[in-house]
Ligand binder design. Structure first.
Ligand SMILES: [Mg+2]
Length: 232
């Protein structure tokens, strides 16, 4: 096996993540229902989602964008009562969990990472989001010691992969990108020439979803991370 460098996505590939976002979203949507006859629970969630996509350019991925988008939709729906009822404090409080939630590894991650490390693979993390938030989370990972380096990027585009590989002086043929997002983790990495391993997660955020490109190089689709032991 010549591919000795493994790049891992972090959120929903190594640790449980989006589940917390959905919980917060549900609590805030439920609360906002008290302020509207016009929108249903599901419609409010669609509004949250659209607002987050709209805010990505300015606020990036992660809890800051998420919280800010909830606030914007909240004030649209509740009008002046957003301020009189101090809904921003309610959202702030509800969203706290996103910043200090314990990092919970996905089943099989610890064993698999240790196994791959023992087999001599060099492992790295590529994650997107705020530098401060993601640095803190990577450093708190109970499996941090197995990763040689990590990269926090604004988006995960072909050019981001190319830049990282160039800085590491690596040939994409010798690298794998492993992740749960068809768009950022798989298709963009493939366009940069990396081999890819797609491990779907039930919580993958809808804007990250798309068809896996049929173009070479190859993509392995696995049911869970433990199956990497059979592939590598
Ligand atoms: Mg992910």
């Amino acid at each position: 096996m010549t591919s000795k460098h493994l790049f891992f996505d972090m959120d929903d590939t190594l640790i449980k993540c989006s589940g917390y976002f959905y919980d917060v979203e549900d609590i805030v949507a439920e609360k906002l229902l008290e302020y509207t006859d016009k929108y249903s629970f599901d419609e409010i969630k669609v509004m949250f989602n659209a607002k987050q996509v709209e805010n990505i350019e300015e606020y990036g991925y992660g809890p800051d964008n998420f919280k800010f988008s909830l606030m914007q939709v909240g004030s649209e729906i509740a009008g002046y009562r957003f301020f009189s009822d101090n809904l921003s404090a309610f959202i702030d409080e509800t969203a706290k969990v996103l910043y200090d939630a314990p990092l919970e590894l996905i089943d099989g991650v610890e064993d698999t990472i240790e196994y791959l490390h023992n087999k001599g693979y060099e492992m790295h993390i590529i994650t997107k989001g705020s530098t401060k938030v993601q640095t803190d989370r990577v450093e708190r990972l109970p499996i941090r010691e197995y990763f040689k380096s990590y990269y926090i990027v604004k988006h995960k585009l072909k050019s981001d992969y190319e830049e990282i590989l160039k800085n590491c002086n690596l040939d994409p043929n010798n690298c794998f990108m492993i992740g749960n997002s068809p768009k950022g983790d798989i298709n963009e990495a493939k366009r940069a020439g990396l081999n890819t391993i797609y491990i779907p997660n039930e919580h993958t955020w809808s804007p990250e979803d798309e068809e896996i490109s049929e173009d070479l190089p190859k993509t392995f689709k696995l049911d869970n991370i433990s199956e990497m032991k059979n592939v590598l």
